[in-house]
Write a protein that binds this ligand. Structure first.
Ligand SMILES: Cc1ncc(COP(=O)(O)O)c(C=O)c1O
Length: 408
């Protein structure tokens, strides 16, 4: 039989989804699973978005224009203007989620064999798309002790080679909740200008901030030729299934290239674009986003407090997004621990699923004692999920001591 491609063979399953079959099996055994492994919020999508979908009168569900439905593009331009950023329709393309936007950004800025700098831990699909496009990921390691902020620019500069084409990051970030300060964004911009690099800033969580303001790459002056914004409505509108995002750049060569990529994938979903236009044209849209932000803010505080009850757990209060990265001293292989929680453990018929940390790093051997928790459930459920996690950690430690004693 002819083999499938080497690239797809090398692709690692997502650390977020790979262990889901174990959760399905646990549920079949009657165990309730708290799903804190995936960034899928439980908050209802705003009514005006859903109304826009319901009231769409369509006779023929035809392809939408490749770069987006004009009404949706206009609504998005107003959304950025409301944020204080003036862009024109030549500078924005509607995409199939932020996922397609960052895939387009990578394909547009990097040739096969080029390198992209990414602060780690990072959203694992970045490395999946880099691999599919023959691009090498060069990690910039960040540390929990620094709240996952960037190391000094001189450290990053040492990683730049003639093959470096771009720096890619999410801010506020998945999986750590770090939001780069204006100074950090400016410093990255200065570095990018000095070495002629693209800056791909993935900002689907920009409105979900709990400490201060999330600086967008579009707010940094002088980066017109370098900056590419990747954006998405999945998180801020709790509309992951809409599959709508966009890519914004003032660099016309970039936009021309992305336009061609849009054409070869035909179009983004029509109903969801109409829903988004209706949402953004509602004078109250900011209020809906603010409601979602406030929910996550309370959840962050509740979860952070609950995590303090776990002996030895190290974590920093996330500044934005809805994830927290936690170091667990009791665990040296968090994937094994997640499997234990799903296969072997329950507390009164309940268990908690989190994402193992190593899959968020490109550097080998890092993150094995870390996990990512997504605070996508109501507060009472988060508190209970942490109770279950804590009991699971105790049971895991006891089991490991017993195994070690037997082996000894
Ligand atoms: C940082 C980041 N970028 C992009 C995405 C993908 O989002 P979308 O649903 O818009 O494709 C996610 C999803 O979790 C994410 O966390």
């Amino acid at each position: 039989m002819r083999s499938v491609s080497e690239r797809t063979k090398a692709l690692k399953g997502s650390p977020i989804r790979r262990l889901v079959p174990l959760a399905v099996a646990a549920r079949k055994r009657g165990i309730h699973v708290y799903h804190l492994n995936i960034g899928q919020p439980d908050i209802p999508t705003p009514e005006s978005f859903m109304q826009g979908v319901r009231q769409a009168e369509i006779d023929v569900l035809c392809y939408a224009p490749a770069s987006g439905i004009p009404e949706t593009i206009q609504a998005l331009l107003k959304f950025y203007a409301d944020m204080g950023v003036e862009i024109t329709e030549n500078e924005l393309r509607v995409t199939i989620g932020g996922s397609e936007a960052f895939a387009f950004a990578l394909q547009t800025t990097c040739n096969p064999g080029d390198e992209v700098l990414i602060p780690e831990p990072f959203y694992p699909n970045y490395s999946g798309h880099a691999l599919m496009n023959g691009i090498k990921v060069v990690p910039i390691t960040t540390r929990i002790e620094d709240g996952f902020h960037l190391p000094p620019m001189e450290e990053i500069e040492k990683l730049i080679t003639p093959k470096t084409a771009a720096i890619l990051f999410s801010t506020p970030g998945n999986p750590t909740g770090v939001a780069y300060t204006r100074e950090e964004m400016q410093a990255v911009g200065t570095l990018a200008k000095k070495h002629n690099l693209f800056v791909i800033s993935d900002e689907p969580y920009r409105e979900l901030m709990y400490e201060g303001h999330a600086t967008s790459v579009l707010e940094i002056p002088g980066l017109e030729e370098h900056a590419i914004l990747v954006d998405s409505i999945s998180k801020r509108l709790s509309a992951c299934g809409a599959r709508i995002g966009c890519v914004v750049s003032r660099n016309q060569d970039v936009m021309t290239a992305i336009n061609k990529l849009c054409m070869i994938r035909l179009s983004a979903p029509t109903f969801a674009q109409l829903g988004l236009a209706n949402f953004l044209n509602d004078p109250n849209y900011k209020h809906d986003i603010e409601n979602i932000r406030q929910k996550f803010h309370s959840r962050r505080d509740t979860l952070f407090e609950a995590l303090q009850t776990i002996p030895g757990a190290v974590c920093r209060k996330p500044e934005g997004a809805f994830y927290i990265f936690v170091k667990l001293p009791q665990v040296d292989d968090s994937e094994e621990f997640v499997k234990f929680m799903l296969n072997e453990f329950n507390l009164d018929g309940e268990t908690t699923m989190v994402a193992p940390g190593a899959g968020f790093y490109a550097s080998p051997g890092v993150g094995h004692n870390e996990i990512r928790i997504a605070y996508v459930l109501e507060e009472a459920k988060l508190v209970r999920a942490v109770e279950v996690l804590k009991a699971g950690l105790e049971a895991y430690s006891t089991l490991r001591e017993e195994v070690a004693a037997t082996a000894g």
